[in-house]
Design a protein around this ligand. Sequence first.
Ligand code: NAD
Ligand code: DAU
Length: 363
Amino acid sequence: MILVTGGAGFIGSNFVLNWLAHHDEPVINLDVLTYAGNLENLATLKHDARHAFVHGDICDGNLVLQLLRNHKPRAIIHFAAESHVDRSILGPEAFVQTNIMGTFRLLEAARAYLAESDDAIKNSFRFVHVSTDEVYGTLAPDDPAFTETHRIAPNSPYSASKAAADHLVRSYYHTYKMPVVTSNCSNNYGPYQFPEKLIPLIIHNALAGKKLPIYGDGLQVRDWLYVIDHCTAIEAALERGKLGETYNVGGCNEQPNLVVVRTLCEILDQLRPRASGGSYADQMTFVADRPGHDRRYAIDATKIMRDLGWKPAETFATGIRKTVEWYVNNSAWVSNVTSGAYREWVGKQYGGAAPAAPAGGKV
Ligand code: NAD
Ligand code: DAU
């Protein structure tokens, strides 16, 4: 079995669903259920014995060690993080706590577990660390895309905390021979993304008749990847990644934010024409820029394509249409998230009160 951290969030839940759709190998899913964790994403697994949810914090080293000892997973796939740049600007402390201390505690638990394990476990175990292209900082318009050897130059508390975690992971490989593989991925989009991030926020606001906020001049560039393509890259890193290596993952799909927002509006105009006529693009509005806003990210994914045989299955055109259709067809999910009703899900699903603050998990 594998141990997934943060498997109730956007990418983690897509990973767990996709994993169990293609493998019979069970998953232990450790998630503290912050505002970004939503067990409703995993509702289809309610009666699936291959999925065990553990409500707990990665910062709780004893809990993690107990999980490792009891279940002997062959890998940790580490997604759990505070992930939103804007929130890191308003309150960086949670990012330092979870992204740095949480990763440290996981590494320490894995180190203790491997130290007491036999060679078969030691030789097959993997620690897959899921990181971001934001650790590389920003690019000028004509700069080549980020390779794995690009200097680390994070510009937000979020990306700094992820970079610190990447460094810790690297150091555990070199110092303790921890069998780690790290991936640094570009912007993901797809189902179950919390509507604080650009794409789901724009879809939600458009349909709700609200303004579509564009930071600054809207010409910042991101390299968009459909979330399932990120999940298959992580699987490739798990199964075929070379220990101690990092792999950049991206969609070869650079788009300025303005183009992304206009594309979303065009698709929505076709799928759900505005009752009042006109285009959803009429709701676009320029707002104050994000402090320290990185201008451009672009990933050179040559290494993972060449060495691990990975490539994305979706183009931006196919992925973005699928994504808009998903949000349009899953309005109940969106309204549960935006109203906060998803917080009640655990109570409804498992009985008892919904978890509020981070708590120690049951093993
Ligand atoms: P998310 O915010 O949607 O989900 C994070 C999950 O982690 C949530 O379920 C949350 O409850 C859980 N979590 C947070 N703190 C925890 C803790 N202390 N203990 C246990 N669980 C905790 O994030 P996401 O967008 O799914 O990102 C997942 C990972 O992928 C992150 O590490 C992020 O840095 C990385 N990443 C994200 C993107 C992207 O575009 N979203 C791109 C590249 C890399
Ligand atoms: O590059 C990978 C990163 O992508 C991940 O590591 C992060 O976890 C993930 O959140 C994402 O970071 P970004 O800051 O790029 O994503 P976000 O969706 O917040 O913003 C995308 C772009 O859109 C960015 O240039 C800011 C802009 N934006 C965002 C919002 C929420 C707007 O113009 N208006 C908005 O309302």
